[in-house]
Structure formats: structure tokens, C-alpha cells
Design a protein around this ligand. Structure first.
Ligand code: ZN
Length: 86
């Protein structure tokens, strides 16, 4: 699964979703996907760590997301994307 400029998204259930925000490698970034309108938005992982704490697991944060386009809070997903390393 790919979107944007060559960013590969890890499938849900991947082991890296059990990592904490502070524990994610630097080249990982986060994208939020709205269940209602399917908006995909980049999420600033450092802002998330500041807001919720670096000890939070990535997989536990999806329920905190609010879509900025339609306001939906239900069923949203937080996906890990890896930037190309070259
Ligand atoms: Zn939405």
C-alpha cells in the first residue's frame, strides 16, 4: 500500500504498531485515515508524543484521532509510513 511520494504504509497488525512513539525509528512517520470520508493526513509523531506521551503505543492512538475535514472520531486508523531512505 502506497500513497504520496513513495511512502510505504505498514499493514495493520504489523509488529511495529506495538512500538511506542518514542521507540519508532526516525524514518517512520504516521498517517491518519478517516473511516468516514477516507481523508488521509500526515500526523506529526513528535506532536503526538508531546500530547499523549512518548510511552504510548502507536496502535493505541487511533481512537484519539479526530478528522479535520468531517469531524469523525469513530473507526479512524493510524498507519505507519516509512520514508524512502536514499
Ligand atoms: Zn473525515
Amino acid at each position: 500500500m502506497r500513497h504520496g511520494k513513495g511512502i510505504a504504509l505498514l499493514p495493520a497488525g504489523h509488529d511495529d504498531y506495538k512500538r511506542t512513539l518514542a521507540d519508532l525509528p526516525q524514518w517512520y512517520e504516521l498517517s491518519a485515515v478517516c473511516a468516514a470520508c477516507e481523508r488521509i493526513a500526515r500526523v506529526d509523531r513528535y506532536e503526538m508524543a508531546g500530547r499523549f506521551g512518548g510511552g504510548r503505543k502507536v496502535g493505541s492512538l487511533a481512537s484519539r484521532l479526530v478528522c479535520r475535514r468531517c469531524g469523525n472520531r469513530q473507526g479512524n486508523r493510524l498507519l505507519i509510513g516509512m520514508m524512502p531512505r536514499d
